[in-house]
Write a protein that binds this ligand. Structure first.
Ligand SMILES: Nc1nc2c(ncn2[C@@H]2O[C@H](COP(=O)(O)OP(=O)(O)O)[C@@H](O)[C@H]2O)c(=O)[nH]1
Ligand SMILES: [Mg+2]
Length: 344
């Protein structure tokens, strides 16, 4: 029995503990939640500072939200990588509010923006269990991970595997990015750290064949979750489409409804480029969820808002650092709180 199994066991028998023990546990959980909140705020710091300093400049010396302020606000949103379409939507919505209420004070702008942004983001998780994945008993839950090279696929798989093993789940990882030997080795290091099993073949082998082997092995060994890493070569759309389709088809031969999820990983620090990648990948295959990485150290966190709104694909996770625990389930309320500060 590993450390995490012991941990899980402890959680399962929570009813049997005394009120004192429960109080201690509740306190530890509250402290952990506070740490998580602070790390998220820290991760989004640059986006927050960039956005609000621009916003402050836009409203400086003005008391009411008029056409000039709206023009400046539009510029603030676009230069914060929210994207043109989503920016227009936000501006129009504020215009409609002004038309209704006739007069809007610039001091109200923050609260209104916060409302607008929260309503544009989709909520993607129904529960905290299994790090937000709907793991079914009996068949492995299969997630195929796609995205261009360098987006953070391998790192995200490693972090996700670690969270799932921590939750007591048996995780299999398929090294279907067979294009570079280094990519397979890098994934092996993450699998080891996460306590997951990795299935590999030699470099240059057929990715679909690796995916097939991984699912076979996962089924035979009663795995709960399978994560498939893929190569992100965007050489051309047809090539990408063919490769992803082939991997999907082969997986469906082992588990008929696999993959249960296709997660596109986007590097948030690339701003507008991330929108373009989302466009390309959603045309090449059916993408069902998003992870936006590298939100730490960038002021371009506005991409989360625009991409979630424009593609109508829920953001499942956000990456806020290179560390194994720096992947967060995306929660729109927490995200907006981290950007705007908690609502009073
Ligand atoms: N700062 C930061 N770096 C990240 C994050 N996610 C991934 N990276 C880094 O991005 C680089 C590329 O990641 P990798 O997982 O190899 O991308 P892949 O080519 O899509 O598999 C690596 O140096 C990672 O450490 C993140 O959330 N924050
Ligand atoms: Mg990789």
């Amino acid at each position: 029995m590993g450390f995490f199994d012991l941990f899980k066991k402890k959680k399962d028998s929570a009813e049997a503990t005394t009120p004192e023990q429960q109080a201690v546990e509740a306190k530890a959980q509250a402290a952990e939640a506070q740490v998580q909140k602070e790390e998220l705020e820290e991760g989004l710091q640059k986006t927050k500072t960039g956005f609000f300093s621009k916003l402050a400049r836009a409203v400086a010396g003005r008391s009411t939200v008029d056409a000039d302020v709206l023009d400046d606000l539009e510029e603030v949103l676009i230069t914060s990588d929210v994207g043109v379409e989503t920016t227009v939507k936000i501006i129009e919505s504020i215009e409609a509010r002004i038309a209704r209420d006739k007069y809007m004070n610039t001091s109200e702008l923050n609260a209104i923006l916060r409302d607008e942004i929260a309503s544009l983001l989709e909520q993607s998780h129904s529960s905290q269990q299994d790090f937000g994945l709907e793991v079914k008993e009996g068949t492995p839950y299969v997630m195929m991970v796609v995205g261009v090279n360098g987006a953070g696929k391998t790192t995200t798989i490693g972090k996700l595997a670690a969270q799932l093993t921590k939750a007591g789940r048996k995780v299999y990882i398929g090294a279907a990015d067979t294009f570079r030997a280094a990519a397979i080795d890098q994934l092996a290091v993450w699998a080891e750290r996460a306590g997951a099993t990795m299935i590999r073949q030699e470099m240059g082998s057929d990715p679909a064949s690796v995916a097939y082997d991984t699912l076979k092995s996962a089924v035979a060994n009663g795995a709960d979750v399978v994560l498939i890493d893929t190569a992100g070569r965007l050489h051309n759309k047809i090539g990408l489409m063919n490769e992803l389709t082939k991997i999907r088809n082969v997986m469906a031969k082992v588990i008929p409804d696999a993959p249960h999820e296709v997660m596109l990983v986007l590097d948030g620090s690339t701003g507008q480029n991330a929108f373009e990648q989302a466009r390309q990948f959603t045309q090449a295959t059916q993408v069902t969820s998003l992870t936006i990485t590298k939100l730490d150290g960038t002021a371009k966190g506005g991409v989360v808002i625009g991409i979630s709104d424009q593609f109508h694909i829920p953001v499942r996770y956000i990456g806020i650092g290179e560390g194994i625990d720096q992947l967060r389930m995306f929660d729109r309320r927490q995200f907006v709180d981290a950007l705007f500060g908690e609502q009073k």
